[in-house]
Design a binder for this molecule. Structure first.
Ligand SMILES: Nc1ncnc2c1ncn2[C@@H]1O[C@H](COP(=O)(O)OP(=O)(O)OP(=O)(O)O)[C@@H](O)[C@H]1O
Ligand SMILES: [Mg+2]
Length: 610
């Protein structure tokens, strides 16, 4: 009769969400576990030895109060009766236990430290290696700030766990269990009083585990936000200063910073409640044990030494619970970190290496590119950027791609270099689908020179040699000379050895462009893709760059996204792109004659030069 009420409806939805939540958590845990197991596997013998050390250390530690009890109850009586042997044995035993415990502690800390550091080394290496290989599409959504926080704060959380948490956990567990058993053996009734105190502690511990996990997950998320905000501001520091964005950035940082502080405060509050409760229960138990124990000593049903042992054990019984709390904290932080890191590590490259790569044909200089019914969109949920099209670029041809901003020129270029795979259709090089070409083959066959002209820290020579790591200094010089960069490089403070990041090594936009050309020339690819920088260069530099370009283009296929008339005019063929479609295709001369878009563009260029 009645439609489901709002509450019914919401109830169902909430349940569904909870189910999904549970499934996600289970998946996260499985993922973290896989990572942890794979990290620990190479160290399994060291881990086993560390466990032996822990047992030894805590066993020796546990024997202490027993020896004290024996010394008081039997040793002292023995001395009075003229037999000092028992007391001597107790004292010697105590000393030996102390030595053994210290030695085992030393062994454990050293060993666990070494294993921990090896494991972290491995982890940082894996994250870096993997992230570096992930496709562009990953890096577009996953900022460098996030990656830095994975490599820094998240790895650090795991470090904390390994350094302190694990030691605390193992020792605490052994101590608590060992003491509980010893107390039960020493005096059942008094031990039950002590164990009764454990019930409220367990209840609080259960609450604590959940609360601290939540609190710590919040802190790792918050610290990641702080790092992201830092990194993004510094990456864009030029824009920040040019547009006076300081205020807004400081406000954003303040917000995430406060969030981080509050998350930490919540975590501390949880911790404070737990440790205070444990301390209270511990002290109350001690009071009860002392009162009742003393009464029983008086009526003769308990030996004085046993009461002393109880008092000594009790102090050690509740203290480890603080360590357990510490462990729970670092464990929560580390679990949250592991979840994030394993997420990155299990990210599949969108542009995957083929399982069975096909070789590119070797003979002769090739470089024929074919787009066959290619359609492209950046993500399944975004609009098509390049609607279906065919394109054939014969080997050796130089193609200039022109068109308005946002037309899809860079996108087309990125498909040639396989930074992305087409959403439909195939892009092939010398008759081989790019999806089937091994990465090494692809990178040596196709070089993309982007607008960024990125220089890495190192010398100018290193930056040029990046194109071919086995190049000799002479090769580097020849390449630089061929593109006309030799002159300015020689004029740098230390010539080819000048550090491009140091003072005096900073290069101008035009110089960076020339270095990028020398790098590409040295790499000697069969296909060169060049996304020309839009920024206009001064006339002498433009001439130099132009001459360099002609050298680099000789005898290879080239796709140039051209922003300058001089570049377009050296091309064999021009493609005019509009809204992702190739609307004109022909030699520069033909297109100028056709009075189409290119002709208009050409006219505008000429006017701007006049
Ligand atoms: N990584 C990306 N994710 C989603 N959409 C993108 C991405 N890169 C570009 N686009 C979109 O694809 C379209 C084509 O962009 P593209 O970079 O190919 O243009 P362009 O012709 O190179 O422009 P310009 O001359 O300004 O460099 C644009 O609408 C742009 O918004
Ligand atoms: Mg572009």
């Amino acid at each position: 009769m009645s439609a489901p009420t709002a509450t019914d409806w919401r109830g169902v939805a909430a349940e569904d969400i909870e189910d999904v939540g549970k499934a996600v958590t289970a998946k996260l845990q499985a993922r973290s576990r896989r990572l942890l197991v794979s990290l620990l596997r190479p160290h399994k013998w060291s881990v086993a030895l560390a466990l032996v050390y822990v047992v030894l250390e805590n066993g020796a530690q546990l024997a202490g109060p027993l020896l004290v009890a024996a010394a008081i109850d039997r040793g002292v009586a023995g001395v009075v009766a003229g037999h000092p042997a028992t007391l001597t044995w107790c004292v010697l035993g105590y000393a030996v236990c102390g030595l053994a415990s210290a030695g085992a502690k030393f062994g454990f800390v050293r060993l666990s430290g070494r294993v921990g550091q090896d494991l972290l080394l491995d982890l940082r290496h894996r994250v870096f290696r993997h992230v570096q290989r992930l496709s562009l599409s990953f890096h577009e959504s996953y900022t460098s700030g996030k990656i830095i926080s994975r490599l820094s704060s998240d790895v650090e959380s795991i470090d904390d766990l390994l350094d302190m948490g694990l030691d605390g956990l193992l020792s605490s567990l052994f101590t608590v269990v060992g003491i509980a058993v010893t107390l039960l053996v020493l005096d059942l009734r008094l031990a039950l009083v002590v164990l009764a105190g454990f019930i409220p502690v367990l209840i609080v511990a259960r609450w604590f585990r959940r609360a601290s996990h939540k609190a710590y997950r919040a802190t790792t998320t918050a610290v990641a936000k702080v790092i992201v905000q830092f990194v993004e501001t510094m990456n864009g520091i030029r824009a920040v200063q040019a547009y006076r964005r300081h205020g807004r950035n400081e406000q954003i940082l303040h917000e995430v910073n406060v969030e981080y502080r509050d998350a930490n405060n919540r975590a501390f509050k949880v911790m404070a409640r737990f440790t205070a409760t444990v301390r209270l229960v511990g002290n109350l138990t001690m009071a009860v044990v002392l009162a009742w124990g003393a009464l029983r000593v008086v009526d003769g049903s308990l030996q004085l030494g046993v009461l002393a042992a109880f008092a000594l054990y009790l102090r050690r019984f509740y203290d480890p619970l603080d360590d357990l709390a510490m462990f729970a904290n670092s464990y929560s932080a580390a679990v949250a970190a592991l979840e994030k890191i394993s997420g990155v590590l299990e990210e599949e490259p969108a542009v995957a290496e083929p399982a069975e790569p096909k070789p590119l044909p070797r003979e002769g200089r090739r470089g024929e590119i074919r787009f066959d019914r290619v359609e492209f969109r950046y993500r399944p949920d975004t609009p098509v950027v390049l609607p279906e099209f065919d394109l054939h670029v014969p080997a050796g041809q130089t193609i200039a791609v022109v068109g308005a901003t946002g037309a899809g020129k860079s996108t087309l270029a990125k498909l040639v270099a396989r930074f992305y795979d087409p959403s439909a259709g195939t892009v092939s090089l010398d008759g081989v689908n790019l999806r089937d070409v091994a990465d090494v083959d692809l990178r040596s066959a196709v070089t993309m020179v982007t607008q960024e002209n990125f220089l890495f820290a190192g010398s100018v020579a290193d930056n040029i040699a990046m194109g071919r790591p086995d190049a000799t200094p002479d090769d580097v010089r020849r390449a630089a000379a061929a593109v006309g960069a030799h002159e300015f490089i020689s004029a740098l403070p230390e010539g080819y050895d000048t550090d491009v990041r140091k003072r005096g090594g900073r290069l101008s936009a035009g110089q960076r462009q020339l270095v990028a050309f020398a790098r590409a020339l040295l790499a000697d690819p069969s296909v060169l893709v060049l996304d020309e920088a839009t920024s206009s260069l001064d006339v002498p530099t433009e001439r130099a760059v132009q001459a360099a370009l002609e050298t680099v283009l000789a005898e290879r296929t080239a796709v140039i996204i051209a922003h300058r008339l001089s570049t377009v005019l050296i091309a064999d063929r021009v493609l005019v792109v509009d809204g992702g479609r190739i609307v004109e295709d022909g030699s520069p001369a033909d297109l100028i004659g056709q009075h189409g878009r290119f002709a208009k563009l050409h006219e505008a260029w000429l006017e701007s030069l006049a």
